[in-house]
Design a protein around this ligand. Structure first.
Ligand code: CDP
Length: 230
């Protein structure tokens, strides 16, 4: 890892607002942004396109799914994401892909296949990244580590608004159930479970607006960067 390039690692559970906060912090600081969850979503989509039964039998197909992850032909262009030159920015956000992503993300071989690819996003002048294991595994030397969370109900509501806003149909009861199941799977899995790193400060956004959460991360970054040899 490049010791002179600053990293802000934001981890947290599903729909806690990590993506919104991390991308806006990156924009404000002029840093690069890595949405690590998108790589798991892309792996799920690419595997499904190859006919692998990701939802039902992810474990039996671990090596095939890991091969899809290693060979992902992906291009990030602003907010757009292309898989083999096809714009999949919306497709990777639907609920089926969300469920599948959570399953492929539990596979050790898949995580290993994506590790180096994630680290390659670390480029000057800096990186803001969000996911589950950014602080614990991928960027353990990050200058600032934040564990961003919110109540499950608030997260389900945010996901509901996000899906409706993108023209998908959604149902609050199902979303809440899904979020709780995904929390359980992310936290209890063997490889890189979702845990708060010992150096990560908690940021509970249940009653915080996105603007306030962004401001708080920037405030924390200012504190560490003025006391750090960044
Ligand atoms: O939007 P949401 O937070 O539910 O998902 P995401 O951040 O796009 O990540 C999709 C899935 O990938 C999650 O269910 C996680 O299980 C997994 N993931 C992971 O295991 N490690 C990461 N660094 C990022 C995502």
């Amino acid at each position: 890892m490049s010791p002179n390039i600053p990293v802000i690692a934001i981890d947290g559970p599903s729909a806690s607002g990590k993506g919104t906060v991390a991308s806006r912090v990156a924009l404000t600081l002029g840093f690069h942004y890595l949405d690590s969850g998108a790589l798991y979503r892309l792996t799920a989509l690419a595997s499904r396109q190859k006919g692998i039964p990701v939802l039902e039998q992810a474990q039996q197909y671990e090596q095939d799914i890991a091969e899809c992850a290693a060979k992902l032909d992906v291009r990030f262009e602003g907010e757009l994401i292309f898989l083999q030159e096809e714009d999949v920015s919306l497709a990777i956000r639907d609920e089926q892909t969300s469920r599948e992503a959570s399953r492929v993300a539990a596979l050790g071989a898949v995580r290993a296949a994506l590790l180096q690819r994630q680290r390659e996003f670390l480029q000057a002048p800096g990186l803001v990244t969000d996911g589950r294991d950014m602080a614990t595994v991928v960027f353990p030397d990050a200058n600032l580590k934040v564990f961003l969370t919110a109540s499950a109900e608030e997260r389900a509501l945010r996901r509901y608004k996000q899906l409706i806003g993108k023209g998908f149909t959604a149902n609050m009861v199902d979303l809440l159930k899904d979020i709780c199941e995904r929390d359980e799977r992310d936290a209890s899995r063997e490889h890189a479970p979702l845990v708060q790193d010992s150096r990560a400060g908690l940021l509970d956004t249940t009653y915080l607006s996105a603007d306030a959460a962004v401001a708080e991360v920037l405030r924390r970054y200012q504190i560490v960067s003025s006391h750090d040899c960044v």
